[in-house]
Structure formats: structure tokens, C-alpha cells
Design a protein around this ligand. Sequence first.
Ligand SMILES: *Cc1c(COP(=O)(O)O)cnc(C)c1O
Length: 629
Amino acid sequence: MKILDRSWTEINLNNYLHNLNQLKKVLNPQTKIMQIVKADAYGHGALEIAKQAVKFGINYLGVANVEEGALLRYQNIKIPILILSPSIESEIEIILEYSLTVTISDFSFAKKLNDAMPIGKIQSVHINIDSGMGRSGVEISNAISFIKDILELKNLKIEGIFSHFAASESDQEFSLLQINRFVEIIKQINFKPQFVHISNSSGILYDFPSEINMIRLGLLSYGCYSNNNQKEYFNLKPVMSFKSRISSLKQIEKGNSIGYNRTFIAYRNLTYAILPIGYADGYDFLLSNKGFVSINGFKCPILGKISMDMIAVDITDISNCKIGDEVVLIGEINDLRVENIALLFNGSPYELLCQIGRRAKRYYFKNNKLIYTTSLARRDFISSDFSDKKLNRVIEAALNQRMQGSEISEIIYNNILKKFFYDRDKQIFYRKNFCHTIEFSNTNLSQNEHYYHTKTTLTFNKILQNDYFIVACANSSSILEKYLLRPDVEYRWLLDEHFALQENKFKITSVKINDFNLFHEAKMKDGCIEIYCSHNQLSKFIGKEVKFSISTETFYPKSSHQLSIFITEMTQGVDLSFIYPSTIEIVEPVPIFSGNIKFPKITKMKNKVTLKTNSEEWIFPNSGIVFSY
Ligand SMILES: *Cc1c(COP(=O)(O)O)cnc(C)c1O
């Protein structure tokens, strides 16, 4: 397959697994591994990396914050996840909801977390000790008393204690000092936490005391050396490549300049190529006049300043260059390894990996086959536009991880179903096989000539909750709305506002549960007709699934020109029909569906429009269809 994008990243999952195998070789076989997937796995895509890591048998995942952790949970990653940075109070709810492990270095936060725990639940925490990094973590001098204080919080379990190196890739002496300080603390406490860890990937070659039993792998697992000495001990292959294509070819005579501020003056006649990427794509501005790319295997220097969206590269000495030729900007070719490119401008390979391909799609390869792609990021989502807090978090996190619309809706769909079925321990009420038919006909009564005579029939299955239920009819939507939330109301009808609320304008013609004809009685209550439906045999069926059948007769204003049927409850399988007289010429059905199907099947026949889903399909509340006529 030929990728035709302006630029793209390729993620080679075999290389990632190769790196894990190489790194595992130099580890003590007992040492557990935490794969760090923060910042969307250093730009590689947290989900795909996490999936491979799980398959490989990694013990733990590390993320930067709650959002990153929750997203992995939405995506069905089940292994333990540690939030490496300190969390804040407002995040406690999500931490609990998604079973994330938290880093503790502040007592007041720990206390709040402890107090927020539901009865009988214990939260795992890892205590962070600052052994010399000078960033987050409890100071060494306070560590012992801090651990003691945390032990007093009975709803927290100290599952781990950790620290973090300041310069493991370059300063062995200081790292050893950090190890000593840290292990001294571990020796002084009189219990053994399950996980004790200090090292990031660059410390992998150090000799660790037996107290330390886990390592946190980031950069090296993505195939980037942090020190040349490492090459003697293991071989790493870059996981990410960044590529583009030539978008135009140009020539310039000696003495003329290329790019902003004329920083490059041609020292000879040159042929050069324009590539459609710039610093906005994550190709660092500081590579201006310093970087180079590879075209057809040849090294081509960058000419002039990197622009926001374009760069120029010298191709004078390459024959047969064409528009559309593939260009490698970062990749497996030695000089183009991210650590070597970063060196050219004294930059950080971490940062370069995180920023590369901001505008690029990711293509995942395994065994030379494309297995998955992720789309471009959209970063203009404003969560306060939407009111549902939880859905916002899902959507926001998903967009930050560059998922496609269909993937986002799949996640939302699964989450709502999960919430609905698994996260509650009370009985669940939903409707099955919801069939609703509304039939208009012309009336022959002159006082009703502006209305269609309307028959409605409704059937569905549901677990019976009470020995009665209510059908409500009002001529004001604000009054009827109050009946939406009541669990004992099974049907609502909004009468035209010109009608006085009278029984002859809305009446039940038949109401049944299974084969029992129910007794029904209408009462006026605060601007609503409440029709109370019951039967003395019904109490026997409470808690059992029964079939409801409700038929009514009413009137519907011709001038409305639209009729809506709403799904107000969680429903599995719908069959909605609108039957109309031949005086109505055209009916346009507009479904508004939430759930997995957005566009259910609609059949138009003479005088009838039907919308039907298969009977397994879940439809969420606030779905419906509008028939405009
Ligand atoms: C990012 C991070 C790591 C991983 O570091 P690498 O140098 O990429 O291996 C490990 N531990 C902590 C606390 C981190 O924040």
C-alpha cells in the first residue's frame, strides 16, 4: 500500500517488541516492568503501545495524569496503571471510577483520597520520594514519618514506593547516591511494598540492590539510545518514522537565497525540493540550515529556515527525483534516528518524539503489514459546550488521542452500556421490542377539520415495577416534562395547546399487560390528565418481564407539519411507523438516533413510513424520529 498523505508517521510494532526483548535480556529476570505510555506513548499512540505491552507481559503502565489513565481504561486496558504526577482533589472521582493507582507525596491529598473511599474499598498508592530529582516527591528527611502517616490512612494501601533519577543517562555517580538514599529508606520501614522502583530506562544497566524490583521503561523501549555506551549491551530499533513526499521541485542560481530572512545563500547552482511539512508538523525550527532528510537513500541537507508548513532540501546531486517521491525525516536510517537529529540542534529526543507528526496520521505496522491507523488530531473540542461531564471526559480524551469519529462513538456507546449494566447493583429497567404506530386519518366532524384523527398503538416488553402505571397527557410541554422522570409513567402525549384538556380529546381505547385488560381511570392533576392503569392480578408479575400494550385515540393539528416519536428510556430494538391519509403527499422522516446506529433502516411505502432496527440494537434515550409532512 502506498501512503499518499502530505506527511505521516509509521509505528513499527515489531521494533517495539524487539526493544522490549533486548531490554529484558539485561534485566534481572525477577525485575518487573512498568511501560511508560505518558504523552500518548511519546507520540507513538498509547493504546497500541499498551496493547502490545500487555501481550508482552508488562506488569504495569505509567501515565502522566488521570485523563491518560482513564482513556486507556475506556479502551479496555485492564492491567494496573500508575499516574506518575501528583493528582489533585478534583480528580479523585475519576481515579476511583477507573481504578487507577495514584502517586502520593502530599498528606492532605492522601487524606482526602482516604476519606473519599467507599466503604470496603481500598485504594492502591505509590509513594514518591525525592532522592535528588528536586521535583515532585517527599523529601528524604521526611520520608519515614510520611510513610508512617500514610500507613494510618486505613483506606489506602501502599502498594509501591518509588523515586526518580535526575540524570541516569549521564551521571552515574549521582544516580548511585540517589539509589543509596532511597534504599536506606526502604530498609528502615518494617513492611515490604509490592513494587519498589527508582529507575527510568536509562538506568537499566545499573546494579540495583535487591530491594528494587521494578523498572520504568520509556525512551529506550521506543528505540532511542540515551547514551552511546548502551549499544554494547543491547540493540534498539526506532519504533517511529516520520515521512513526507516531495511537493515541488525548483532550481536556484548561485547567489540567490532560499526561505525567510535569506539565511541560506546558494553557493552554487542548486536543484531543491519543497516538502509540505514545517515546524507546525513538529519538525523543529532549530533544524533550520542544520537538519537533513533522506530521499531515495540519499542524504539531503535542509536549506534555509524551517517555515511553519514547508521546508526546502537540496537534491542537486540526486538524479531522478520526482514530485511525490518519499522523504524520510526521522527513521531507522542511522543518521536520521531521533537521538541523532535532536543532537543536531542540541534538542531533546523526548520532545522531538512528542511533537513529531502533530498533523500526521499514524500508521501501525506489524510483520510488514499495516494493521491500524489513527487519524489527525482535532484540538478544537470545547468540553464546556456539552453538559455531560463524563461523556465530555471520554470525548476530550479520545480527541486528544486522535481517534476517528466512529471509534469515539464506539467508546461512548460501550461506556454507556457498561454504566447501564455493570456499574449498578440495582435492577435494570429498559424496554425491549418497542413498537409504536401512529395513524392519522381525516375526521368528518367539522369542528375538528383542522386536526387529524389520530390512533396510537404502543407495545413493548419491560420488567414490571409496580402493580399500576400511568399514562399522562398535557397540553403544555413543560408540564408533560415533569412526567419524563417518573418511573411509573409509561406513556406521555402532548396535546395541541389549543385544546382544553378533556378526556374526549385524548382517551385510552385499550390497555393491557400480557393478556390482562387493565382497568383505567383518568384524573385531572395540575394541568395534566393522569390515567391510572391497573389490575388486581398485576402484583404477581412485579419483577417479571411483561408485555405492555397501550392504544389511544386523539387529535393532531394539521398545521404542525411534523410529528415526533421520542425514545425516552434505554431501549433494545425499535419499530416505529407513521401511517397517513392520501391527502398528505410527502412525508420526510428524519431520525435522530443515539447509540451505535445513527442511521437506522427506514422504509417508505404508500401512506406509511417505518423505521426498524434489529431487535438486538441498543437505542439510547433522547433518540427519536421526526416525520415532517
Ligand atoms: C517519564 C518517566 C519515566 C520514563 O523515562 P524514560 O527516560 O523515558 O525511560 C520514568 N519514570 C517517571 C517518573 C517518568 O516521569
